[in-house]
Design a protein around this ligand. Structure first.
Ligand SMILES: CC(C)(COP(=O)(O)OP(=O)(O)OC[C@H]1O[C@@H](n2cnc3c(N)ncnc32)[C@H](O)[C@@H]1OP(=O)(O)O)[C@@H](O)C(=O)NCCC(=O)NCCS
Length: 156
């Protein structure tokens, strides 16, 4: 299993993971746009046969890495992949001098919330009715100190 940057050549596999994990988080055109945007950073998790089984993305906004996507194929969950992808995103964020990371997550998504908490994210507050289909509030999570010399010690 390996972690690597995703490029346009992975587009079809990314859309397939998206449809399995979310129904449709982004359209194929949105993925294409994101892959071509210099503000978007993608990380993929590949199995031993080189197939994409998980992916994540953040937007670099000033000094903030806004995590916009994190998904692992259902057959490959609870194997540490989500954590590896998130770590890969944070490594890239540190490299390009981001100082904070933030994200929104459905209030009922306890798997994701526990993963983010494990990686040091804290609950900053709520955005009411942020999600549709079904309507739900979002938890806003926040991680700071990305440029601190002890950052990786804190993350573990
Ligand atoms: C959230 C998601 C990415 C986690 O991926 P994963 O590869 O299964 O996660 P990991 O194996 O790296 O788990 C790391 C930690 O997260 C937490 N976690 C992950 N899945 C969990 C679950 N089902 N229940 C409780 N905690 C869970 C645990 O703390 C786990 O550590 P542990 O295995 O030592 O207990 C995956 O469940 C997923 O793709 N869900 C659907 C898409 C989604 O909701 N994305 C997030 C949108 S904000």
């Amino acid at each position: 299993m390996r972690i690597a940057t995703l490029t346009i050549e992975h587009l079809d596999e990314m859309v397939a993971i998206d449809r399995i994990c979310f129904g449709q988080h982004w359209t194929i055109d949105a993925y294409r746009r994101e892959l071509n945007s210099s503000n978007s950073h993608f990380i993929g998790w590949f199995n031993s046969e080189g197939l994409l089984v998980g992916m994540g993305c953040f937007w670099a906004i000033v000094d903030e890495a806004h995590i916009t996507l994190l998904a692992v194929h259902p057959h490959h969950r609870r194997q540490g992949g989500g954590q590896k992808i998130l770590r890969g995103l944070l490594e890239q964020a540190v490299k390009i001098e981001m100082r904070h990371s933030t994200l929104e997550v459905r209030g009922s998504n306890s798997a994701a919330i526990q993963l983010y908490e494990k990686m040091g994210f804290e609950n900053l507050g709520w955005r009411t009715k942020y999600y549709q289909n079904p309507e739900e509030d979002a938890v806003v999570m926040w991680l700071t100190g990305l440029q601190h010399p002890d950052f990786w010690l804190k993350i573990g």
